[in-house]
Design a protein around this ligand. Structure first.
Ligand code: GLN
Length: 308
């Protein structure tokens, strides 16, 4: 059996150099701001339980978090509803794309919190009497996960709210089933704004590390969510985090993760580390092509596969 490298000295820039020449995949073009992303961008960061942050070149380039926000919205919804979110959302993988117009048959619940239907609902379940209060609570919660104040790209938030036709359709469908209890438009607005939060690979890696460290941010020392919630969220990342590629991901990479259309992947290896990669070109399942290569390499080189 080969010996794993030490994450403290592992050379993230040479890993970056090895994957950056990979030219496969296509940048998402669902909104102009995403279509404009630099296809050559590649940033990598990892955060250890003692709070050490390590990063490659371009780990400080900001991008909109997009679906990588979903595990954290789920965590905040579980916290604010005292676990009731578990009754309102399924946790089974769908084997379908992130924006499939489909709810659980029989219950009308969203299938899981890692697809759009589920994230529209988790965002609506976060505490707050109105849209502004929920937006504020989400931004504060995400900032606690990241260990620094995060900001929203207002242009992206507005565009996604206006152009997110499938998200509006999903919200209306959940209204008709009685599973969504705020207005469809409010649900899309709050979710779109959460997707438009700006992070860099370093901040996203700290967010992943907070889940990997039983809900305590290893950089600030703040307990952001109880250990049980961190465990629940990481479990659902493992089964549903890479959409219809989740089975293959766990078999090959073996680290609970969440992918996103901006090309980010956040990883949480419990007790070991949190990590993030961003590189915009995506494969057919919406996973960053270079992000997958980096995750594969980290898994092998640092011995991070959950099943050895
Ligand atoms: N904001 C995007 C959407 O809802 C996020 C999707 C994603 O990253 N897969 O369409």
């Amino acid at each position: 059996m080969s010996r794993s490298s030490d994450p403290r000295t592992y050379d993230l820039d040479s890993l970056r150099d090895r994957v950056v020449s990979e030219a496969g995949g296509a940048v998402d073009d669902s909104i102009p701001q995403l279509a404009d992303a630099d296809p050559g961008l590649c940033g990598i960061a990892l955060v250890l339980p003692d709070g050490t942050v390590r990063s490659s070149a371009q780990a400080d380039v900001l991008f909109s978090v997009q679906s990588a926000v979903k595990p954290f919205l789920f965590a905040l919804a579980l916290l604010d509803t005292h676990g009731e979110a578990f009754d309102r959302i399924g946790i089974e993988p769908t084997g379908e794309a992130f924006d499939a117009i489909k709810l659980e048959s029989g219950t009308g619940r969203p299938p899981n919190p890692m697809v759009n239907a589920g994230a529209l609902l988790t965002a609506a379940l976060v505490d707050g009497d109105d849209v502004a209060a929920r937006n504020d609570r989400i931004l504060r919660g995400l900032s606690a996960f990241a260990g620094r104040p995060l900001e929203v790209d207002e242009g992206i938030a507005r565009t996604e709210h206006l152009l997110g036709d499938r998200n509006h359709a999903l919200a209306h469908l959940m209204r008709s089933e009685g599973t969504l209890r705020v207005s469809a438009d409010d649900a899309v607005e709050v979710y779109a704004r959460a997707c438009a939060v700006l992070v860099d690979a370093r901040a996203l890696a700290v967010m992943g590390a907070t889940l990997a460290c039983r809900g305590v941010n290893p950089v600030t020392g703040e307990r952001v969510v109880p250990a049980g919630i961190a465990r629940d969220v990481v479990s659902v990342m493992a089964t549903c985090g890479v959409y219809d590629g989740s089975g293959r991901w766990m078999q090959s990479v073996g680290i609970p993760a969440k992918s996103s259309v901006s090309g980010a992947i956040v990883l949480a290896a419990p007790g070991r580390l949190g990590a993030a990669v961003v590189s915009p070109p995506l494969d057919a399942q919406g996973t960053s092509v270079r992000g997958r290569l980096v995750s594969d390499r980290l898994s092998v080189d640092l011995g991070l596969h959950a099943f050895g």
